[in-house]
Design a protein around this ligand. Sequence first.
Ligand SMILES: [Zn+2]
Length: 420
Amino acid sequence: MNKYTEIHPNGQRAYQFVADTAYVRESGTKGEHKAAEYILKEAEQAAAQTGKSVYIQTPRMEFFQCPDFQQKKAELVICQPYKKAYPVRAYLNGACTLEEGITAPFLFVGKGDDISLSQAKGAVVLVCDPIREDTINKIKAAGALGFVTVCGTPLDQGEDRIPTQYRRKAGDLPGASVHYLDAVEIVEKQASQCCLNIQQSEISRNSANVAVRILGTDFPEEIVTVTAHYDSVPEGPGAYDNMSGGAMVMEAFHHFAEHRPARTMEFIWFGSEEKGLVGSQNYVKSHEGEMSSHVFNLNVDLAGQLLGGNVLGVTADPTVCAELKNLMEENQLGVTIKNQVWASDSNTFAWKGVPALTLNRDGFGMHTRHDTVEYISPRALEEGAKTLCTAAAWVANEPELSFEREIPEDMKRELEKYFA
Ligand SMILES: [Zn+2]
């Protein structure tokens, strides 16, 4: 194995990167574009500093269209046994009610068990928790006309009372989310009739990936990617999810620009991950011809807070986990290694047959307005970047990789389900 003593990421510089982009960066918005320009400039400067234009290609943007839905109307009015309108937000799944809304019986069905749902025909149902495709299908099969789900906590006040907007690709049943405290009132007062009006339209967002490539010395035809998404959800500035990951990828670029790898390395910051891995999907599509040259993907998603522990979610043969365990021990980097598929851009590569991992750290505030730079730590960024660089140095430099370029069958099946 390899002991890497020359890897010195800069936590303060990484922190500055996160602080400089501490605004909402939703796909297709000015914030996302501004962040893409910033990343491009940082990569250009990092490349220029080294003066190694012989093997560092010019940083570039790759533009693409991200399909999405936009809420036009979301209304929930309880009409029996009392009348009150509650603030709700539409499930962005493409489903609309009639223009005038659906007036129907209203039914609380707990978490959507079969017994409760047996009464749901022709009703709008209130379900606890956000729901997934299979639950939507179950509700639909029960004959319900629409659904309302519960979000938030009883401790929320002020702005935190705004319902969360969920997006689910599947399930053509109109739905909305309502805040916990409103849901409590609705159930308490035994709401029995409602009018639900959901209108949404299909839109297309202009988004971009930012990428820069370092040509390898010994195996330039083999490619290792180091990736993170830089877009955020509309609710908050996504410092933890995932500009911290973006900062670590930039630190990795700094390192390998100075320490030229044996294999070719591509550093990629994906747009539109929060809309369903759209940036990475676009990348593998537009680079289809060279995907067979990709040997490994190292992705970062959710990073940079001080408390918590680093996890490597490895979607590859178990031998990769064993190798990584030795490597991390050798370099005294504390991580937990998990051999499983990971719901981030690493899945996109694994789905294309490329062994992949996501570096992840637990933390606070994901997908909320509380995901701010205030909770990010230079020390955690530095440690995370060192872990990332160490793993990347191994796959990028090891003359003979000990693992096969394939994804285990059980993970393939899971990925198939994930992308279905
Ligand atoms: Zn993320």
